[in-house]
Design a protein around this ligand. Structure first.
Ligand code: SF4
Ligand code: SF4
Length: 154
C-alpha cells in the first residue's frame, strides 16, 4: 500500500539537486532544434525543461512555509505545470523523477532532503521507526535519525 496521501505538495515545490541552467544546457545540446511532441517525454531532463517552471524565493516560501528559516541559496525549486487540482494530469506517463519520489532507490531514512514535512512517506517512516524503537527492534537497514519528539524519555 502506498503511503502517499495525495496532498500534491511534492509537485508544487520540487527540488531535485540540479539547477535549471544544467537542465537547459543538457537539453539544448541534445536537441539543438528544440523539443517537439514526444521529445518532451524522452528523459527526466527533457520533461523538466518542458513542463516544470523555476520558482522565485518568494513563491517557494509562500507555497511551502516550512522552508522559512531553512532557505538555502544554492538550491533551486520548481513547480510542475501539469498538476491540476492537486492531481497529476499525466500520471500514467510521468517520468522516473516523479515515479521514484521520494526514495529514488536510496535507503529509507528521515535524514533526507527530498520529501516535505507533510509527506505521507515521511510520516509513515517516522511511525515505523517509533514503533520499532518502542519494541526495542531497530531495523539496521534504517540509517535514520528519529526525531527527538518521537523518542520516548525512559
Ligand atoms: S508530472 Fe505529475 S507527478 Fe510529476 S511533477 Fe508533474 S504533476 Fe507531479
Ligand atoms: S508530498 Fe508525499 S504524500 Fe504528498 S503527494 Fe507527494 S508523495 Fe504523496
Amino acid at each position: 500500500m502506498s503511503d502517499c496521501l495525495q496532498c500534491g505538495t511534492c509537485c508544487k515545490v520540487i527540488n531535485i539537486g540540479n539547477s535549471f541552467k544544467e537542465i537547459e544546457e543538457t537539453v539544448e545540446k541534445e536537441f539543438p532544434n528544440g523539443l517537439k511532441g514526444e521529445d518532451r517525454f524522452k528523459s527526466d531532463f527533457t520533461f523538466i525543461y518542458s513542463f516544470w517552471r523555476k520558482l522565485s524565493k518568494g513563491e517557494v516560501l509562500k507555497l511551502k512555509p516550512s522552508l522559512v528559516g531553512k532557505w538555502k541559496e544554492d538550491r533551486e525549486y520548481f513547480t510542475c505545470t501539469l498538476q491540476k487540482d492537486n492531481k497529476c494530469s499525466v500520471h500514467d506517463r510521468r517520468p522516473a523523477v516523479c515515479r521514484d519520489h521520494p526514495w529514488y532507490g536510496l535507503p529509507h531514512t528521515l535524514d533526507y532532503g527530498f520529501f516535505s514535512d507533510e509527506c505521507g512517506y515521511k510520516l509513515a517512516l517516522e511511525k515505523e521507526l517509533f514503533d520499532k524503537q518502542k519494541e526495542g527492534i531497530l531495523n539496521p537497514n534504517f540509517n535514520a535519525k528519529i526525531p527527538s519528539n518521537l523518542i520516548s524519555s525512559k
